[in-house]
Design a protein around this ligand. Structure first.
Ligand code: SF4
Ligand code: SF4
Length: 417
């Protein structure tokens, strides 16, 4: 267990040094929490149907996670029917390999929309290692890429970055002088820089917020327009999504998408894309021809990486209901202090559970699991009432039984033996 003590020490040091001691981070999070609460309050007043939608969303997710293998088959059948290709990857390595094979020879340009699943598989780093030029196109994610490090929030990856630092980073990559007090100028510089990448990219990549099994349709929420440009201009569109994103029907997928954006801080997002295959036309003699103005090829990579096993567990299957709306984080006292340093690949209390069973394994997730206060604020805020504290308690029992427990807690527990 010497290694675990090292893991624990490194986690606590990061949490304190880069999280708790950072005045900058705390100010940024305080502002984000205030803005989030105000926006959500306004959205819930404008749309009083929210409680009903939440209930229906929970039922859809419960059904879907209980019927995953069947829904995966249906989804793949539908994607193939739509002249796309469907791949089921059993783990992160396999997903990255499949995508790398689809991209082909080195030196390709790849533009990517934001995708937590690709953070899970470390896809960008993998493709860069194969000699490709890969660009994150979501502004927050682009900033994460050029400064190094990892996202600080599921939906606001650079929530901790002040404008002055953002300007410096962007200026470093574009070579332009940027007025560091002017956020519009920073955004415009990134827009100019990425324009050229979209046009010249060989492959466009995206994730998905929900997938309908009956039609094989991906629903993707965005505001910036970068997903639009990363899924429409290139020869190939490759989408990577966890199998838990699948729900039975198009209507179900829309409902899940709607609840996701409402709790993700949007009255309504600028764009909701529905993508069911490659571009096509039937304009000449009504003969369907694939590859019109958009991509000629469409590939959906469905990632298992432990999800199918978790789906069988009566307690932990609930973590797969998570829509990654990020709402719970704005109410979590630990997130207020540490932001993205609370968790590893996934962040926040629910993220720790994702790390434990899906993304990083028990040992890496253990320190954060023992940090949770079990206060339950996340459950109250979650539109699906996902019981993160209950699962965290159960996870701790597993960790204790495997010896992944910090020495001082072990001593403390001995007092009760
Ligand atoms: S129970 Fe844990 S994860 Fe949930 S709000 Fe409290 S400290 Fe955060
Ligand atoms: S646990 Fe709930 S609130 Fe948190 S990200 Fe998942 S769905 Fe959203």
């Amino acid at each position: 267990m010497a290694n675990f003590e090292k893991v624990y020490k490194a986690y606590v040091e990061e949490l304190i040094e880069q999280g708790a001691k950072s005045e900058k981070l705390r100010t940024a999070i305080q502002r984000a929490v205030k803005a989030y609460r105000g926006n959500l309050k306004r959205a819930l007043e404008l749309f009083p149907d929210s409680p009903k939608l939440k209930e229906r969303a929970r039922k859809i997710k419960e059904y879907s996670i209980d019927h995953l293998p069947e829904l995966i088959n249906k989804t793949c059948e539908a994607v193939i029917r739509n002249h796309g290709h469907c791949h089921l990857a059993k783990n992160a390595e396999e997903a990255n390999q499949i995508i790398s094979n689809l991209v082909g020879e080195p030196k390709k340009i790849i533009v990517k929309g934001k995708s937590l699943t690709s953070e899970e598989t470390e896809l960008r780093q993998y493709l860069q290692g194969k000699g490709h030029e890969v660009w994150e196109t979501d502004l927050g994610e682009f900033l994460v890429q050029i400064r190094g490090g990892r996202p600080m929030h599921m939906l606001a990856p650079s929530v901790d970055l002040p404008r002055e630092e953002a300007a410096k980073l962007v200026s470093g990559i574009t070579g332009e002088e940027i007025d560091s007090t002017n956020i519009e100028a920073i955004v415009a510089a990134v827009r100019r820089f990425l324009r050229n990448k979209y046009i010249n990219a060989d492959v466009g990549m995206s994730g998905a917020n929900a997938i309908s099994a009956d039609t094989g349709t991906l629903f993707i929420i965005e505001n910036e327009g970068n997903v639009k440009l990363s899924t429409a201009l290139q020869e190939k569109h490759i989408a990577l999504a966890g199998v838990e994103k699948i729900v039975p029907t198009l209507e179900d997928a829309f409902l899940i998408t709607k609840v996701t954006w409402r709790y993700a801080n949007y009255i309504v997002p600028s764009y909701v894309h529905m993508i069911s295959g490659p571009s096509k036309t039937g304009d000449i003699e009504k003969v369907t021809t694939y590859g019109a103005h958009g991509p000629r090829e469409f590939h959906l990579i469905l990632l298992d990486n432990g999800r199918l096993e978790v789906a069988k567990d009566p307690v932990f299957k609930e973590l797969l209901y998570c829509m990654k709306c990020g709402a719970c984080m704005y109410e979590c006292p630990l997130f207020w202090v540490a932001a993205g340093h609370y968790g590893k690949k996934y962040v926040g209390g629910i993220g720790v559970l994702w790390d434990a069973f899906i993304a990083t394994g028990l040992e890496q997730a253990a320190p954060a699991a023992f940090t949770c206060l079990l206060c339950g604020r996340c459950k109250v805020r979650c539109p699906l009432s996902i019981d993160t504290p209950r699962m965290t308690r159960e996870l701790r029992n597993i960790l204790i039984s495997k010896g992944y427990i910090p020495a001082h807690l072990k001593e403390f527990l001995k007092m009760f033996e």
